[in-house]
Write a protein that binds this ligand. Structure first.
Ligand code: PGA
Length: 257
């Protein structure tokens, strides 16, 4: 397993200068005191060039928050994986629940996007997770398995290692109510079993599984020790260096353990 991964998903926040300043603040702090984790920033499309400039030699990755599956064409308002790679991204977040729920993305669309991202040597960060109604109906395992099965269909052992998976229960995103360590452990265990069944033990163990949903500096220390948590996808708390940096650094003890 490579180093843990902490991703900051800035969603639709930030002018170009705000994105530059936040990227620079995070890069400077990590240059002064390097973290023992991989760090990736996902600004809005209009902030990508500025954040890339702010990061310069820093070993921080750059992610887009979405991409289209075609390389180019008549898709007004869309951005292709090729364009995202061209602007300097190494990662792309795909299948975020806000994309699924508000923009009606289906599992099949997400599968196409994963294919496009991999073709352009981007590492997809595939988000999966159940709604509150699905959890209450006892459907969590079924929903997450379906999302994984369709999104990862056709991927081979050597390719799956380039995919990051983020478990993000929809009811925990932006609500201030994070999933409990037990809930996170259970679903991460199921995702790992799915990967083992699909790709074999040794390959599956190399795929990082992140948790996302209302992670903040106060609850992060209860989530990090959970078996199978290999990183975090952070929304609201990634919008300020003061709240994002302590989250990045809190993996230090787990890495040394
Ligand atoms: P949140 O968002 O940390 O604000 O809950 C997480 C996400 O949507 O990736």
């Amino acid at each position: 397993m490579s180093a843990p991964l902490v991703v900051g998903n800035w969603k639709m926040h930030g002018t170009q200068s705000e994105c530059f300043n936040l990227g620079r603040a995070i890069a400077r702090a990590l240059r002064r005191k390097p973290a023992e984790t991989d760090v990736v920033l996902a600004p809005p499309f209009t902030g990508l060039a500025q954040v890339r400039r702010a990061l310069r030699e820093a070993t921080i990755g750059l992610a887009a928050q979405n991409c289209h599956w075609a390389d180019s064409g008549a898709y007004t308002g869309e951005t292709s994986a090729a364009m995202i790679a061209d602007i300097g991204c190494q990662f792309v977040i795909l299948g975020h629940s806000e994309r699924r729920r508000i923009f009606l993305e289906t599992d099949a669309m997400i599968a196409h996007k994963i294919g496009a991202a991999l073709r352009h040597r981007l590492r997809p960060i595939l988000c999966v997770g159940e709604t509150l109604a699905e959890r209450r109906a006892g459907q969590t395992a079924k929903v997450v398995s379906r999302q994984l099965r369709i999104a990862l269909k056709g991927l081979t052992k050597d390719v799956i290692e380039n995919v990051e998976i983020a478990y993000e229960p929809v009811w925990a995103i932006g609500t201030g109510q994070n999933a409990s360590p037990e809930q996170v452990g259970q679903v991460h265990g199921r995702i790992r079993r799915f990967l083992i069944d699909s790709f074999g033990q040794s390959t599956a163990m190399r795929v990082r599984i992140l948790y996302g949903g209302s992670v903040n500096p106060d609850n992060v220390n209860s989530l990090i020790p959970v078996d199978g948590v290999n990183g975090l996808l952070v929304g609201g708390a990634s919008l300020k260096a003061e709240t994002f940096l302590p989250i990045i650094r809190s993996f230090a003890n787990k890495v040394r353990a």
